[in-house]
Design a protein around this ligand. Sequence first.
Ligand SMILES: NC(=O)c1ccc[n+]([C@@H]2O[C@H](COP(=O)([O-])OP(=O)(O)OC[C@H]3O[C@@H](n4cnc5c(N)ncnc54)[C@H](O)[C@@H]3O)[C@@H](O)[C@H]2O)c1
Length: 366
Amino acid sequence: MSLTSAKPLRTAIVGTGNIARQHAESLQRLTEETGGVELVAAADTDPDRLAGFTSEFSIAGYADTHALLAAEHVDLVHICTPPGAHTSVALAVLEAGGHVVLEKPATLTLAEFDRLAEAEGATGRYVATVSQHRFGSGVQRLRGLLESGAAGRPLLALCDTTWYRDQAYFDVEWRGRWDTEGGGPTMGHGIHQMDTVLSVLGPWTSVSAVARRQARVTDTEDVSLAHVAFENGAVASVVNSVVSPREESYLRFDFEYATVEVRHLYGYTDTDWTVTAAPGYEEQVKAAWTAGPADVRSEHLAQFRAIAAALHEGEAPPVTTTDARRTLQLVAGVYASAFGRTPIAPADLGPGSPHYALMQGDGPVW
Ligand SMILES: NC(=O)c1ccc[n+]([C@@H]2O[C@H](COP(=O)([O-])OP(=O)(O)OC[C@H]3O[C@@H](n4cnc5c(N)ncnc54)[C@H](O)[C@@H]3O)[C@@H](O)[C@H]2O)c1
């Protein structure tokens, strides 16, 4: 369906800090591209931030979510507050009849996430979680390659998010605290690439992990390492760090007949990918890889296109609550394994687990 004929989704942003600018610019680009969305308002509890943002984007401003929802009819609200406020703002939006786009990490805990998923079911509105790296053409091609069978079975993946955040980064009040950020680089940084791996390899079955505070003064880990097994038989090694001076986001997938790799930092383009076929499989791997889409950078705009298109069709927008929960559960699994010094399966992380209500459970144990 062409979005130009559909009524634009009246959209607002709650939280007008760093990442909100990316949301506003992407939404305005989408308005130009399709007319399918219209950014109309924002809310922030910090009046100065709000004023700067609303004047830059020529939209109405409100002191908090409730004032915004009382004054404006909105179809969709993008939540760009720190993670600790995600659940309460999202519940208010759902109850007011709006759909939600939620920045990562969706919630601080699995318990909070389940309250949101329940509200989604009860209201008939949708919650989509931001995970922009699922939407670049490279990952779309990778999924196509897997589905085509041309590269054979997935055997092994490497997933390294080795970034650098100096101590001053943790001066921001909500960072590095279990009660406001829900974790360190596993929850706040590596979650992007872990989510991408899960979007390709599907459900995970067990995780064995280590978490450490190597260098930063923070409540949470600054490094974690994990071995993850998947239902489809693949295994992955995952490294999450904020103490790595040469920063990189690296993914590697070894299939029976091909290795596919991407090296980037905060977003990839097609040129960041390499594909190496096993001897004798060059032609079939190349044909399957190049059959996929091209020229889509992994950025918010790419996901927002998919979200708007799904909502205009009356469908659940990506990334759905089922998808986002699987990733959050893997994060909880990393902490449960690291602090309990034992392998963890998804079934270990139900309401009876201390890691269900708090990411760190009864830990942390360093
Ligand atoms: N997808 C990505 O690549 C990406 C990148 C950076 C940050 N993020 C995520 O985006 C979110 C925001 O991060 P940021 O760096 O922009 O934070 P930030 O601190 O720069 O901005 C957050 C804003 O929310 C406002 N706020 C706080 N509580 C509020 C409430 N209850 N109601 C209304 N406004 C409120 C603050 O005043 C502030 O202006 C986090 O969840 C973060 O993990 C995602």
